[in-house]
Design a protein around this ligand. Structure first.
Ligand code: AMP
Length: 480
């Protein structure tokens, strides 16, 4: 199979944009999917974020849309021809940015719409006319209802991160959106895993799809070093400091299972002296983008995230991923650790296994990734985590001789780096008590149940509907 872009006969404006991006050869998903999408066939692609799948579908789509390219200022000459649906705002934003880069030397217009932002600027853009519309389902429906988006000329629809869209409960929204599209169209579905639900979705909406698969589904990257440490719930934060220090890690993603846990952990780590930002569904879009940007610039050390908020974040070279909470869904483990070890770089994924609930969740992961998981013991050093000093280098100092709890050094420069760093004390902040959002839902595949019509946003973003019920039984006591 050819891996050079030059063998694809991409139109000159697209080839130029690709060359400008510095891509030397196609990634495996691109080498497999681009030729198929160029033929106009439906595709079911198993690929995680970070594999280059955005280019895998957007380059051939743009190529096929070039026949509609025109310089007219009339909105009627720029109807939506391709619709790309994604589960989260961040992901929609990232995909839209990539598409803009690929289309920059064409006259094809693209736009992105997602919730949490003012509708007006999005409306203006839609009214001017766009050929490629990237959207999250909820906000797209708002625009459809407001008659800002007309989809009767859509030729291509991409359901990206389809497994996550189902997890979040977007199925009813997707069904409505797909009902507005012409029957005669090409549908591309990308998903990290091909669960039975995804296969059912594909069965309903794709016609004779060609399956492209870059790695065994549910596989974890070979170049990610994975460790599972048995750590008491109360010591997990301390354990995080320990591994950061031992491995000399400067930046990491830290995953938790709930929004509340996310906010609390971020606050606690920040108090410990690490520059930390929280990324969860209750953060405004602006706050999320700022946190992401600060992390990319290296101004933030740790990004504490929930699964939904972190889904699809295009951040390269995150050296490590920590699972403070073992995810409720084994698939989320694969997604989480997919943030590290990208593009051949080596990565580290560390999971802290606490109570018996965690052991059950680890067993699920073991089954999914088909690898034996050894839970190791983590030996704690005498040293205590001391955070980052203000020359930008992280340094940990011994606790002795430092008036713990005393007033900050009067001579130190202002700023939080000079605060006296305290040893993390989990007992003061019991954020590890696993919270849950109690909304039992039907365990049948959502679209086969009458309850599927329930508004998507009523479903907890942290727990898959099916597993959520199980989680309720597993949690001994509701804690929040
Ligand atoms: P994606 O999986 O689409 O989110 O892409 C992940 C990252 O890989 C993005 O930053 C892309 O710009 C980059 N990328 C996509 N295709 C290639 C390629 N052929 N060579 C190098 N980088 C690429």
């Amino acid at each position: 199979m050819t891996t050079s872009f030059s063998n694809l006969s991409l139109a000159e404006p697209l080839a130029r944009a690709v060359a400008e991006m510095g891509y030397e050869s196609m990634t495996p998903i691109q080498a497999q999917a681009i030729p198929v999408v160029l033929t106009g066939k439906d595709v079911m692609g198993a690929a995680q974020t970070g594999t280059g799948k955005t280019a895998a579908f957007s380059l051939p789509l743009l190529q096929r849309l070039l026949k509609h390219e025109n310089s007219s200022t009339s909105p009627a000459r720029h109807p939506v021809r391709a619709l790309v649906l994604l589960p989260t705002r961040e992901l929609a934003d990232q995909v839209a940015q990539q598409i803009k880069l690929y289309a920059k030397y064409t006259q094809l217009r693209s736009a992105v719409v997602f919730g949490g932002m003012d509708m007006k600027p999005q409306t203006l853009e839609l009214k001017r006319g766009v050929e490629v519309l990237v959207a999250t389902p909820g906000r797209l429906l708002d625009h459809i209802e407001a008659k800002n988006a007309v989809l009767n000329q859509v030729e291509y629809v991409v359901l990206d991160e389809a497994d996550r869209m189902l997890d979040i409960g977007f199925l009813p929204d997707l069904q409505r959106i797909l009902s507005y599209l012409p029957k005669q169209r090409t549908t591309l579905l990308f998903s990290a895993t091909f669960s039975p639900e995804i296969k059912r979705l594909a069965g309903s909406y794709l016609q004779d799809p060609v399956t492209v698969e870059v790695a065994r589904s549910n596989a974890t990257a070979e170049n990610v070093e994975q460790h599972f440490y048995g750590v008491n719930e109360d010591n997990k934060r301390h354990a995080l400091h320990q591994v950061l220090r031992q491995r000399g890690i400067r930046q990491a993603f830290v995953f938790v299972n709930s929004k509340l846990g996310c906010a609390r952990l971020a606050r606690a780590l920040d108090r410990d002296g690490l520059k930390t930002a929280a990324l969860h569904g209750d953060k405004s879009q602006d706050e999320r983008l700022k946190a992401l940007d600060a992390f990319k610039k290296g101004e933030v050390d740790l990004l504490v995230c929930t699964d939904v908020a972190a889904r699809g974040l295009d951040i390269k070279d995150v050296p490590a991923v920590f699972n403070i909470d073992i995810p409720f869904n084994a698939e989320d483990y694969v997604h989480r650790i997919g943030r590290t070890g990208r593009a051949g770089a080596s990565g580290l994924a560390v999971s802290f296994v606490g109570g018996s609930n965690d052991a059950r969740l680890v067993a699920d992961i073991e089954k999914l990734i088909k690898k034996k998981i050894e839970v190791e013991a983590l030996e704690f050093d005498e040293d205590r985590p001391r955070g980052r000093i203000n020359d930008g280098r992280r340094m940990y100092q011994r606790e002795e001789g430092e008036g713990r709890g005393s007033a900050p050094d009067a001579g130190s420069a202002p700023g939080r780096e000079r605060r006296p760093h305290r040893q993390p004390s989990a007992s003061r902040d019991p954020f590890f008590d696993r919270p849950y959002e109690a909304q039992a839902v039907d365990s049948a595949p959502a679209w086969e149940s009458a309850k599927a019509a329930a508004p998507a946003r009523s479903i907890s973003s942290n727990i898959k509907p099916k597993r959520k019920v199980a989680a309720l039984f597993k949690a001994a006591q509701p804690t929040v």
